[in-house]
Design a protein around this ligand. Sequence first.
Ligand code: FAD
Length: 307
Amino acid sequence: MRERLDVLPSPRPSRSAAADRLRVSFEFFPPKTHEAEPVLWETIQRLAPLQPDFVTVTYGAGGSTREPTLTTLARLVSQTDLPAAGHLTCVGASRDEVNAVINSYQDAGIRHIVALRGDPQGGVGERYVPHPDGYATTADLVRGIRACGDFEVTVSAYPEKHPESASLDADLDVLKAKIDAGATRAITQFFFDNDLYFRYLDRALARGITIPILPGILPVQNFQQTANFAAKTGATIPLWLAKRFEGLDHDPATRRLIAASVAAEQVFDLLDRGISDFHFYTMNRAELTFAVCHMLGMRAQTEQRAA
Ligand code: FAD
């Protein structure tokens, strides 16, 4: 047996200590039940010491979580040092109602909004009808937010195009309109094939879109739920991914190991191809996101104040 391994420099960033130039962000949703509340705060407590660039809190379909979203944001501001962003949709609400939410975010100390149109009120697949007195498009909403105060505005992006979109080019026009209205960052819908994301970045760049477009990483907590969600949002589930989870319905421990390795593999490939910002859809669970961040070389910073 050899006594010592020769340590050769690796050309792959994922194999070198690149943690200092990495930036991560985490998405949470407001707890839906009383019991879910401590789970969310334990998750935040576990992830906060990784010092994410920012964290976001979703806004339930059609504004259904308006109060819980605001309560969660207010607690993030008062009890942690995490830069927090509130999601906001304009579907089914008048401008006055939406502006009231923007003002309540501002009063709670929130300076960053993830601006979205929201799904049609009848659900995904139905035709979207803007509220007669509302913001008609996300670009209008972005302009409205910028007019209400000094907010940073992030928007969505769809590497596989939005299901309502006629084409990827039409989708990129919508993204461009949101940027022209004042958005300075985009976060993608989740995807599992990195080539789709890089092709999207190329096409965005060719249209003069230069804002950061963060890849949305979804660690697969539950394969069937992910597949159902993907079917609604137009995201592709590759066959190889389905095969990895095949036959494991009664084996949660192996499923978790596979989920961590799938997410790590995806993130390492993105890192090797030049990406250093990652947005994690945590689904309010810390384990997989924490494991991937740890593998990326990120370490908990103990001085972080969290909940
Ligand atoms: P946009 O990007 O504005 O538009 C999506 C598509 O609609 C366009 O591509 C186009 O096909 C069509 N469209 C829009 N405007 C026009 C126009 N003027 N003319 C023609 N076609 C048009 N939903 C929630 O309810 N709450 C959340 O917190 C939430 N967070 C999200 C976070 C991220 C990162 C992502 C990717 C999605 C999120 N969603 C959320 C889902 C989102 O609300 C839905 O996907 C919704 O259907 C589209 O909203 P959008 O702002 O992404 O739409």
